[in-house]
Design a protein around this ligand. Structure first.
Ligand code: SF4
Length: 380
């Protein structure tokens, strides 16, 4: 019997969603909007049951580093505290040596995203992948959002198929899910009118999936979008996954207000947990919902493991984008802390790479070191 079948719920709206999901139906936009008003714990119980039916108690993470090679960007999205104009104070462009310093011996994944540099050519972006792959050929390279891919198409005047083919030949393994923001034309016009919208983002990921390049998907929430726009965004991604499967995970990204002045405070932990839970219920065709601890904070991310999240991203190393917007989380986390966080939530830690291949499964508890065990180990 599945966890969803066994679940007994008090709230009529969440119960109606449970019945729908159990019978194999997908939730509609109206269902999603209604569920946002349901009691958070009921929503969480259903999302947790769905997650347990998919993955048992397993929660994955990766030992990775985030590489943000430049914050110089030709665009100026209103919500972005990270980008700088060329030559502005605080702008940076990493050298080859600085880039290679990010390839620590223990990492299995590198996540590369950054600004749309005013003087870099496509070859400069290709070189970054070539360099990191040369230094560590076994590394999984997850690089460049659809926004960057579209920028490369404009730099080279070539179609996305060609650009993605070149990136793959250089060593690209997967695309990250950033740059989707919210698929609402109203929000795009207001906050990032120079940047690609839903149609182009979805098109690039569809092409990538068609070429066998997997990817992630994201939603930036907690600014000026409505809940209805949030749910519609999830449904658009779910539809793409039906047409062209290839998403590993959906990652709701909690907007960091920083000094943007867009909202006074970050979304509350309750709103975060509702968004995570709802994502798990809407995405009946994407393996994981990720609790991105850098933006959620460690405590909310840990709680999210009981609200449908089954992935915590990674150890990260030195994240710059969210921290430019004053994210309060640490800039990186040790592998042992990540394992501890998952264990404390009563879950089983599983280390994966960028392609979700299992690298190591950890026991639920650390074996207790007793004098007898230590003696046996010493004499073995
Ligand atoms: S969000 Fe991306 S594209 Fe927009 S300004 Fe920031 S770095 Fe540039």
């Amino acid at each position: 019997m599945s966890h969803v079948s066994e679940l007994r719920l008090r709230d009529a709206t969440v119960e109606a969603a449970r019945v729908k999901l159990r019978s194999g139906e997908s939730l509609s936009q109206e269902d999603g909007v209604r569920l946002f008003d349901a009691p958070v714990m009921e929503l969480g119980r259903l999302a947790h049951a769905v997650a347990r039916d998919r993955h048992g108690e397993r929660v994955c993470f990766t030992v990775n580093r985030q590489l943000n090679p430049t914050n110089v960007c030709v665009l100026a999205c209103k919500f972005c505290d990270y980008a700088k104009n060329p030559g502005a104070s605080g702008s940076y462009t990493m050298t080859r040596e600085q880039i290679l310093e990010h390839v620590d011996p223990e990492i299995t994944e590198i996540h590369i995203v950054g600004g749309l540099h005013n003087t870099w050519r496509f070859d400069d972006y290709l070189d970054i992948i070539r360099w990191v792959k040369e230094k560590k050929p076994s590394l999984s390279v997850k690089a460049y959002t659809a926004v960057e891919i579209d920028f490369f198409c404009r730099l080279t005047k070539k179609p996305a198929e060609w650009v993605l083919g070149e990136l793959r030949a250089a060593g690209l393994d997967a695309l990250p899910g950033g740059g989707a923001e919210v698929f609402s034309e109203r929000v795009r016009r207001e906050l990032f009118h120079q940047k690609i919208g839903a149609k182009r983002w979805l098109e690039i990921h569809e092409i990538a999936h068609g070429m066998g390049i997997p990817s992630n998907s994201t939603l930036l929430y907690g600014h000026i979008e409505t809940r209805a726009e949030r749910v519609q965004h999830m449904i658009d991604l779910r539809d793409l996954e039906r047409r062209a499967p290839g998403f590993f995970a959906f990652i709701p990204l909690a907007f960091q207000p920083g000094v943007t002045g867009l909202v006074r405070r970050q979304a509350s932990a309750i709103e975060d947990l509702k968004t995570i839970a709802l994502s798990r219920l809407v995405f009946d065709n994407v393996p994981h919902v990720k609790a991105y601890w850098i933006m959620l904070g460690q405590d909310t991310a840990a709680a999210a493991l009981h609200f449908g999240a089954t992935d915590l991203d990674g150890t990260i190393g030195q994240e710059k984008i969210a921290h430019a917007a004053l994210a309060k989380s640490p800039v990186g986390m040790a592998e042992a802390s990540m394992v501890q966080m998952i264990r404390e939530a009563g879950k089983l830690p599983v280390q994966r790479d960028a392609l979700y291949r299992v690298i190591r499964e950890y026991p639920r508890h650390e074996p207790v070191e007793t004098p007898a065990r230590a003696a046996a180990a010493a004499s073995a």
